[in-house]
Design a protein around this ligand. Sequence first.
Ligand code: NAD
Ligand code: IPM
Ligand code: MN
Length: 365
Amino acid sequence: MQANLVILPGDGVGPEVSAAAVAVLKAVAERGGHVFDFDEHPIGGAAIDATGEPLPEATRKACQKADAVLLGAVGGPKWSNPDARVRPEQGLLGLRAALGVYANLRPLRVHPRLAERSPLKTDRLTGVDFVVIRELTGGAYFGAKTRTADSATDECKYTVAEIERVLRRSFELARQRGGRLTSVDKANVLETSRLWRSTAERVAKSYPDVSLEHQLVDSMAMLLLTQPARYDVIVTENLFGDILTDEAAALAGSLGLLPSASLGDAHGGLYEPIHGSAPDIAGQGVANPMGTIASAALLLRHALGLEDEAQQVEAAIDHVIEHGPLTRDIGGHAGTEEVRDAVISALDLVQTDKKAFFTGMRACG
Ligand code: NAD
Ligand code: IPM
Ligand code: MN
């Protein structure tokens, strides 16, 4: 298979973790006889420095034409002046909108080796395996903004069409997995959430084989930590999904582990770890690349239909989590490149004896 992949390294640890994921994709291509062409472009702070804009037109056009896009992270203190004309994050939001990637899948499993290290009780972490689908191109992120000297507003708006398409995707995924969907909202207070909930009820009629429950976002924040194994597919609006998934990362052991796939109807998708540019560790070569490598696995699965290769990469990550080397955030001493090389070496192990590492793993979206 031939594929054109755009790489957006971005800022902070973004270039470090995306380089590791590209190396893994190259190894996968070599082993499978695929041809992946990599085309790198600036976004975020790096693009502001180079062109004055966080999403230069050339970057946007290349992404729109590509079979899929892999992104590191954007942002950092250098561009965080609240009075700045442009911010790196606007580049990422603009790209999500330009690609129409409204469904952001954030799968989470807890590896038993890391469960032992978690601040949460190990017995609560047994069997944790869920996917959060975060609506990605609506809500307060994209509503009108106003600012005067003594007030500011961010409009939170959702249309039925926006809610319905992300819910349908969530029901479809729940149908392929455990048949349970939890819709998270704040319907006791917000009008957008009441529209969300009634839309969910209506869409549910087309999916009688999926059980739907509603959960208010404040109590969901608590339940995610106290009963995480209860959940299968969780769907929620943009801002709630952003917050709940960083919280959920504590279950897995580190923010550096979690991948995401942002999918629309007409594009192969945008793939990025859920963490940010980690300015506190940027440039040191110690960032955990696993979240970005796992995002590359999602790219193989969703954009290119290479399910076997996607599973191989996921199994290789599992293998490295089990046997090391590990980065600092999950209790090791290794650097980004050492972990990258270990994942690539593990590809050969899982290729020769793939099944050994697939103990009850379920499709992650
Ligand atoms: P962050 O996710 O960058 O970092 C939070 C904490 O997690 C830090 O202690 C960091 O060292 C750690 N961490 C994150 N990724 C890690 C990794 N791969 N390995 C090891 N440790 C890791 O969040 P923040 O500090 O709140 O935000 C920093 C900047 O990143 C901000 O400008 C923010 O807007 C931006 N951001 C970008 C994205 C994105 O590009 N998708 C996502 C989140 C935040
Ligand atoms: C994420 C990030 C982004 C978001 C920021 C950087 C715009 O936190 O991808 O989770 O809030 O969506
Ligand atoms: Mn976030």
